[in-house]
Design a protein around this ligand. Structure first.
Ligand code: KG4
Ligand code: ZN
Length: 353
């Protein structure tokens, strides 16, 4: 079962090819990130236009990298949501058209769910991507940490899961990106904040962790506002000072200590709940996915506090990619899940797990 997966939910046009849900044949990604950086966030219209230009070349590139022709592809998988409407639309329309003209079954994939599915890849024919050594075993505790989502999910089996909790406001990646702005770092700032944090004192500033009514829910808007107030106080200003002025007024030492203190608190917020869920549900495996899954501090805290070994996905498979879409598509096909109608499948910007 060889599946070509198309992912276009945000600013990456990505196409991956995966065989039998565990073997990565190719992973081609083109990003329009450079075009958005100057605006401090993804501009939906620019992202959609970039997808139109990139989608067919990236599909060709992925087939070439895999050494496949369309005859080798058994089905197409595509991200139907969640994501930006205009971005999703391009991937979905490309997948629908190809499914019709190449006579391939079509599988619609949930972006957030697929972030976790890269953990099932254990063989890679792509030299730059080192796969996990073993497949996760059910029951699985899944931790999704991305720019749009922060969720804890308990999988009993494929396609049988319970959403234990999720953020009630900002996602952890979004909080990283907002703190990056306060520190004068370019969008998206997650990696840059974590690099800065390496040189800082993570215990220098005490930042709040939100208390939630439901045990596994998160909130990241409070810690983000606390960082803003802290920075305003450190430069001796009142709370009306624009965050845009802060990067020029904070010292380098203050910036590194803010980055380290924020990172410790944000990662602890996720890991505290993951540890609690682990104790309650005793899963056989713990897996993480999403852009922030690349974060070293999060990985370090999880390894230190979860009492079973954790295998982390390759850094190249943490952010948005088509391999994750193809992998989840493989499991849908192998488990006989329903196909999507290539004449009517539409993008679902608010799709949840
Ligand atoms: O999963 P992803 O590529 O896109 C979404 O589906 O949202 O995640 C992007 C997010 C951004 O907020 C980015 O700043 C963050 O992941 N990110 C990181 C790191 N690498 C990416 N945050 C913290 N540490 C990192 N190393
Ligand atoms: Zn994502």
């Amino acid at each position: 079962m060889t599946i070509l997966g198309i992912e276009s939910s945000c600013d990456e046009t990505a196409v991956g090819i995966v065989r039998d849900g565990d073997t990565l044949l190719s992973n081609a990604v083109v990003t329009s990130l450079d075009l958005h950086a100057q605006y401090g966030g993804v501009i939906p219209e620019i992202a959609a236009r970039s997808h139109i230009e990139a989608i067919m070349p990236v599909i060709s590139q992925s087939l070439t990298q895999a050494g496949c022709t369309w005859d080798d592809i058994d089905a197409i998988a595509v991200t139907e949501g969640a994501g930006l409407l205009g971005s999703l639309l391009i991937g979905v329309l490309a997948a629908r058209t190809l499914a019709i003209i190449k006579h391939k079954p079509l599988y619609a994939v949930n972006h957030v769910e697929s972030h976790l599915y890269v953990n099932f890849i254990t063989t890679s024919q792509v030299a730059t991507i080192e796969p996990r050594k073993t497949q996760p075993m059910f029951p699985i505790l899944g931790i999704i940490v991305s720019g749009g989502h922060s969720q804890l999910v308990l999988f009993k089996d494929h396609f049988s899961y319970t959403l234990l909790g999720q953020t009630q406001d900002d996602a952890i990646g979004e909080a990283y990106d907002k703190v990056a702005k306060i520190l004068g770092l370019e969008y998206p700032g997650g990696v840059k904040v974590s690099q800065l944090a390496e040189h800082g004192d993570a215990k220098k500033y005490r930042l709040p962790k939100a208390r939630m009514a439901a045990p596994y829910d998160f909130s990241f808007s409070g810690v983000k506002t606390a960082v803003l107030r802290l920075a305003q106080e450190l430069v001796g200003a009142d709370y009306s000072l624009s965050s845009l002025k802060l990067p020029g007024m904070l010292t380098d030492k203050q910036k590194t200590d803010i980055a380290a203190s924020f990172q410790r608190t944000a990662c602890e917020t996720i890991v505290d709940k993951a540890v609690q869920a682990f104790a309650q549900y005793t899963p056989k495996s713990v897996i993480i996915g999403g852009g922030v899954a690349a974060n070293t501090e999060l990985r370090r805290q999880l390894a230190a506090r979860i009492p079973i070994p954790i295998e982390y996905p390759s850094l190249k498979l943490c952010g948005d990619n088509g391999a994750m879409t193809a992998t989840l598509g493989c499991f849908k096909a192998m488990r006989g899940m329903p196909t999507a109608d290539p004449y009517s499948l539409g993008p679902k910007p608010n799709l949840s797990m």
